[in-house]
Design a binder for this molecule. Structure first.
Ligand code: SF4
Length: 292
């Protein structure tokens, strides 16, 4: 359910927020509204994320993802029905417990699973964050983007007004390879990147580089050429494939799709990232010529 707002009339006997959080009434009544929140289906919470956006971050892992990336290290977040339902205000309270740690330019990141499968929850959580000036970030594969669904787009527009940064994980630039690696098409994902560009939402592109799977120079260059056209591109994270998720597959009784594929060597990663950067540079040069 989308958040609904009403003018503040706070009755301590019937207002759950006032009753339960009497010392933090101002938190939820800051803009003189009572907000009916949508619960999130949450896999887990992490207090000190250091690789999930700028600064130190409170990280919310949502439950549920329609993708099946061969190298996913969180297969336990896939099921749409698992996890635990949590109120946005409860999650924000957890953030506040360690607020001092996030003063280094950090904030809250929602990752997963796929956050954009829970847009209503994100709107409510980020509404609270913005009322408190907390930096908000979504780490998404973009798979939930449905431009033909007007209701979804209206909610997404609202969410983007509350979002400081989107980290968009593009798994592969080639449609066929993308389908092979994730089980899903990439046209909506690339359209989502362009939507972010048009909306003026700061974007970091993330790309996991897996030996013999996503390390082909042609595709890396093409990826760079595509993202070089995004007006709001702020950073590129080339992430090395690692095998730390493997034990989770064993625990869940799922065959590990990448078998004995070795982790990505750091020196190779630097060279592969450079290929993407070359693509970005070429695209920007071409766009610059067209604009002349
Ligand atoms: S999108 Fe993320 S959570 Fe979903 S399968 Fe891929 S890596 Fe895993």
């Amino acid at each position: 359910m989308l958040a609904s707002y009403a003018p503040l009339i706070c009755y301590p006997n019937i207002c759950r927020i006032a009753k339960v959080r009497s010392t933090e009434q101002s938190v939820y009544h800051l803009n003189r509204r009572i907000i009916n929140m949508t619960k999130g289906r949450i896999h887990s919470l992490e207090s000190f994320g250091t690789v999930d956006g700028p600064g130190t971050r409170y990280v919310v892992f949502v439950q549920g993802c329609p993708m099946r990336c061969m190298y996913c290290h969180n297969p336990d977040t896939w099921a749409m029905t698992g996890g635990e339902e949590m109120d946005p205000e409860y999650i924000f309270e957890q953030y506040q417990h360690n607020e001092a740690f996030y003063k280094n330019g950090g904030g809250i990141t929602v990752t997963g699973g796929e956050p954009l499968m829970q847009v209503d929850f994100l709107i409510d959580l980020f509404t609270i964050c913005k009322e408190h000036g907390v930096h908000t970030c979504i780490d998404s594969s973009g798979i939930a983007y449905r431009p033909e669904n007007k209701e979804f787009i209206a909610k997404l527009d609202k969410l983007m007004e509350l979002t400081d940064l989107v980290m968009l994980d593009i798994k592969h630039i080639d449609p066929e390879m993308h389908k092979k690696i994730t089980g899903q098409p990439n046209d909506g994902i690339l359209a989502f990147a362009e939507y972010l560009s048009e909306k003026g939402v700061d974007t970091w592109i993330r790309h996991v580089i897996v030996p013999n799977l996503t390390d082909d120079d042609k595709y890396l260059y093409d990826l760079g050429y595509f993202i070089g056209g995004l007006k709001t591109l702020k950073a590129l994270d080339a992430l090395p494939y690692h095998t730390m998720g493997k034990p989770k597959y064993e625990k869940l009784g799922i065959e590990y799709p990448l078998g004995d594929t070795p982790p990505m060597e750091k020196k190779d990663l630097v060279a592969k990232k450079q290929v993407i950067l070359d693509g970005i540079k070429a695209r920007r040069a071409d766009d610059g010529k067209k604009a002349e």
